[in-house]
Design a protein around this ligand. Structure first.
Ligand SMILES: *Cc1c(COP(=O)(O)O)cnc(C)c1O
Length: 436
């Protein structure tokens, strides 16, 4: 018997408490049930089935508003790839945000959401001619060019005055996972600042009569914790603006602001970011005697990650030699991030407390790497239990697959005690429809 079992009042594990900072705003425990956006998780699972991705609308909207308020004279562009869904795009537009897309598919969702072209930015290190044509047709206000081939191709396709930004690789190492560090030298994104390619790209765009250079763009990675990484980026980008001799109206610093995934991890210091980055920008522009460009940022994860919770049903519990495996009805098809990046998640059991034991939550897919989380669950966890995994709002629905022909879960929005699917569960009919 452990101390915690003998003396429940001092055991940190027996009384259910909600990990701070991970769950959607206003999430509470009601008895041993979890209430998200005023809706019981137990009832959500009963009504919509599992796995189920729950999204708290108030949290999404409030974070979007906070970003907009922190950068009142700038432009906040939601990174549409982090949670592709027309309803979410509508919330962003309603809160005053613009939207970035990186394919004709994401653009189709933006059009379905009614987002006007002047509020859309097109990205992508590869844009097919279909992507470019779709963007021109919808009047996408800014296209961020990423290669010399693309400058020539877009120059030939565009009508007069198409606004263009140039993706620059500033060489800043943002200290994150290599798969999501996009600002360092010698990788597939953008034009290198250090090699002179960025300067050359500026001159090439200016030479194209159909294109109008309005800005420079960079995106140094994702899960970036330090404001200093952005300050360094601003210094380098303003250096480039000063040396190119072309008027640059907009400076887009991209996204990448970190979100907490585990207890004890902190949120991004957005207020500090706004103060320090603006200060650095004003200082550097004065130093180099160039006009201060309008600031753009492109948050994705930091707006939606903590608004999402995934509900899973336990299907089996297996005692291994050293570990206990808790197998659930989802897995890498709805969350490939642990397998892709070694991402870590917290997990909790809904419905009862009890002394906690370390377990490994695994998925249903035919891969040993299909592990969702290492966490603590009541020692008597058994088939039929309901689990909740927080921080699943960003890059979950977006990265979901049909591996093992498993149908993708719904996204259910909750707000003020009401729940409604904004993306329905996939069905076997959906799966069969594409086979010929
Ligand atoms: C992915 C991406 C973002 C958003 O990154 P987050 O980490 O979700 O904030 C912004 N801009 C560009 C160009 C991106 O590729």
């Amino acid at each position: 018997m452990t101390l915690a079992e003998l003396l429940p009042s001092i055991g940190c594990s027996t009384e259910p408490v909600l990990e701070e900072g991970l769950w959607p705003d206003g999430t509470v425990l009601s008895g041993s049930d979890l209430v998200i956006g005023g809706v019981s998780a137990t009832r959500l699972a009963a009504r919509f089935g599992t796995p189920c991705q729950v999204l708290d609308e108030a949290t999404v909207r409030s974070r979007a508003r906070t970003f907009a308020a922190t950068l009142p004279d700038g432009e906040v562009v939601f990174a549409g790839k982090s949670l592709p869904c027309p309803e979410v795009y509508r919330w962003m537009a309603a809160e005053g945000l613009s939207l970035d897309v990186s394919s004709a598919g994401e653009l189709a969702l933006a059009r379905a959401a009614g987002v006007p072209g002047e509020r859309i930015v097109l990205h992508g290190n590869v844009k097919t001619s279909e992507d470019l044509k779709a963007a021109l047709e919808h009047g996408v206000s800014r296209i961020v060019v990423d290669s010399f081939d693309e400058i020539a191709q877009l120059g030939a396709l565009a009508r007069h005055g198409q606004q263009v930004m140039i993706r620059v690789t500033p060489g800043v190492d943002a200290v994150t996972h290599a798969a999501i560090a996009t600002g360092v030298e010698d990788q597939k994104f953008g034009f290198s600042l250090a090699s002179g390619a960025a300067l050359e790209a500026i001159l090439r765009v200016v030479e194209q009569p159909s294109l109008r250079l309005v800005g420079l763009h960079c995106h140094i990675g994702s899960q970036v914790r330090h404001v200093a990484s952005y300050e360094e980026t601003v210094r380098r980008m303003v250096g480039l603006i000063a040396s190119c001799g072309v008027r640059i109206e907009q400076l887009d610093l991209g996204g990448g602001f970190c979100a907490p995934y585990l207890p004890g991890e902190s949120s991004f210091d957005l207020f500090g970011f706004a103060q320090r980055v603006r200060g650095t920008l004003n200082y550097e522009c004065a130093l180099h005697r160039v006009p201060v460009p309008r600031l753009l940022i492109e948050p994705g994860r930091s707006i939606v990650a903590n608004a999402g919770v995934t509900l899973y049903r336990v299907c089996a519990v297996k005692r291994g030699v050293t570990r206990t495996f808790v197998a659930v009805d989802g897995g890498m098809s709805d969350n490939p991030r642990p397998a892709l990046y070694g991402a870590k998640y917290a997990v909790r059991l809904i419905g009862r407390g009890g002394a906690l034991r370390p377990v490994t939550v695994v998925g249903r897919h035919c891969e040993a790497g299909d592990v969702l989380a290492d966490g603590l669950l009541p020692a008597d966890v058994h088939a039929g239990d309901l689990l909740a995994m927080p921080v699943t709002g960003a890059y979950h629905h977006a990265l979901a697959s049909n591996y093992n022909q498993v149908c993708r879960p719904p996204v259910v929005a909750v707000r003020d005690g009401f729940a409604r699917p904004i993306m329905r569960r996939e069905t076997e009919e959906d799966l069969l429809r594409r086979y010929v």
